[in-house]
Design a protein around this ligand. Structure first.
Ligand code: ADP
Ligand code: MG
Length: 468
């Protein structure tokens, strides 16, 4: 009977999907109109339920009649020796098979089986690099009103990963406000307190790439299993998953698996869940299960503490009035605060100079201007053209004259660097070129800046003209 079902299924889905999801199934027994199949994991079961239940039903009804029942025997892949399999009964009359909430409940994992999920019989113990930066810890994460809630929630999670109601813990806030730092700090602290726990920090971008690669190389299951073995999963910048439904899908399943097994998930995002666009509703609703904590821009006192702490760590002395000036003028972003310090230290040591207020003003001004001032592509074209004594029409023209090509490439390069425009949009504004041309221009400029002194001078001059 099962073979007949398989033949039918095989004809109706892609070969790869068949291979992944149906070949591993073992038929166990048939009694009356019930068929029992064995599946290798709970995740596997959920996946079948979500994606293939209709197909399975049709196949079964064809073979066993309209009262056909399917019984899953879920075998934990890492505990082949365990005695009692989970059995879940799925009445075929279930009107809403996709929403199998009622069914997953009895599947409540047998904790004994999961005690040591890293030992897979016959395979070695799995060791996972945490990818944590030890410098991003709680000690170096200065507390202030702007981050108190997030910081203490992070501490609570670190003390009892998976054991608080902050699961998932979602940290959100604008750029440079410490999301990545805090996320690492939680991981670092957990590793210290619980060295045996597997902690993994991953950016959403890498997660997505790994997922895409796993699909390409037909190792999607390995990818999923890998993530399901983790005790503490830290996933940074989930806004990156916007619109990427495939990746969201797989993350949803991994998330559910971890959460159901009491594993801790920590998520960071540049937006609050309510503002996340193009993230599937079911994933957003999961995020709301735990705690969302915001990182706000630090207030003046916190900015001063952050600066002082950094100076102390770097062993640098700086007059209070200078620290004060920086803290008063750089307000929105901790990364910039650090950026100013780094520039100051570099300049002062390079020129063997003391820190002076005038040097500070110069550097702070530059930072403020750089971030405040929005240069338009039009302005860039004007500045570059006039620098080379051309008019904008010539810059945009089709001519292949070397010096004009160079000027055009520089305009593209600065447009990419200083505006938020996409490659395609830059191309269309600078003489109707395509995105590949712009990309090529950026690379050419990068290369020439490295190798050609005269060219480097152009880039420096233009940078000054465009930033001041
Ligand atoms: P985000 O991920 O939110 O963009 P990051 O975590 O990368 O921001 O933080 C930017 C920089 O600011 C990092 O170098 C980080 O160490 C520092 N930083 C942010 N918040 C704090 C803080 N409260 N105390 C000390 N340093 C901080
Ligand atoms: Mg970050």
């Amino acid at each position: 009977v099962w073979n007949e079902c398989l033949t039918f299924i095989k004809d109706n889905i892609k070969p790869q999907a068949y291979k992944t999801w149906f070949e591993p199934i073992k038929p166990i027994k048939i009694s009356g109109d019930s068929l029992t199949i064995q599946v290798p994991s709970k995740f596997f079961y959920e996946w079948l339920e979500e994606h293939y239940i209709k197909l399975l039903r049709v196949a079964l009804v064809r073979e066993l009649g309209k009262d056909a029942k399917l019984i899953y025997d879920v075998r934990m892949e890492n505990t082949y020796s365990s005695s009692t399999p989970h059995t879940v009964k799925i009445p075929s009359s279930n009107r809403n098979p996709i929403n199998s909430q009622g069914v997953t409940v009895p599947l409540e994992i047998n904790k004994r089986e999961l005690k040591n999920p890293f030992v897979i019989p016959g395979i070695q113990k799995v060791k996972i690099e945490s990818q944590l930066n030890p410098n991003y810890n709680f000690d170096s994460f200065i507390e202030g009103d702007s981050n108190r809630l997030a910081r203490s929630a992070g501490m609570a999670v670190a003390n009892k990963p998976g054991g608080t109601s902050f699961n998932p813990l979602l940290i959100y806030g604008g750029v440079g406000l410490g999301k990545t730092h805090l996320a690492h700090a939680i991981g670092v602290e957990i590793k210290e307190k619980y060295p045996d726990k597997t902690v993994l920090y991953i950016s959403s971008e890498r997660f997505t790439q790994q997922f895409i690669d796993s699909v390409k190389s037909n190792t999607r299951n390995d990818f999923i299993h890998f993530y399901q073995m983790i005790d503490v999963l830290i996933i940074d910048d989930v806004q990156f998953l916007s619109g990427k439904t495939g990746t969201q899908d797989v993350f949803f399943h991994i998330f559910n698996h971890l959460h159901q097994n009491g594993k801790q998930v920590i998520i960071s995002s540049d937006k609050a869940p309510v503002d996340m666009q193009d993230i599937e509703q079911r994933l957003l609703s999961r995020f709301k299960w735990g705690l969302s904590a915001e990182l706000q821009a630090p207030d003046y006192e916190t900015r001063v503490s952050i600066l002082q702490n950094k100076l102390y760590r770097d062993g640098v002395d700086m007059p209070d009035e200078i620290v004060d000036y920086i803290a008063k003028n750089i307000k929105s972003n901790v990364r910039e605060l650090e950026g100013v310090l780094v520039s100051m230290i570099a300049q002062a040591s390079f020129n063997r100079k003391e820190f002076t207020l005038s040097l500070t003003k110069q550097i702070v001004d530059k930072f403020v201007k750089n971030t405040k001032r929005e240069v338009s592509i039009d302005q860039i074209q004007k500045v570059v053209s006039s620098y080379f004594d051309l008019d904008v029409a010539t810059l945009q023209s089709k001519t292949r004259k070397r010096h004009i090509v160079q000027a055009r490439q520089l305009a593209m390069f600065f447009a990419k660097k200083m505006t938020k425009a996409s490659l395609a949009s830059i191309g269309s504004q600078i003489g109707k070129r395509d995105h590949a041309t712009v990309l090529h221009a950026c690379k050419t400029v990068d290369n020439l800046t490295e190798t050609d002194k005269q060219f480097r001078k152009y880039v420096e001059d233009l940078t000054k003209k465009l930033t001041y």
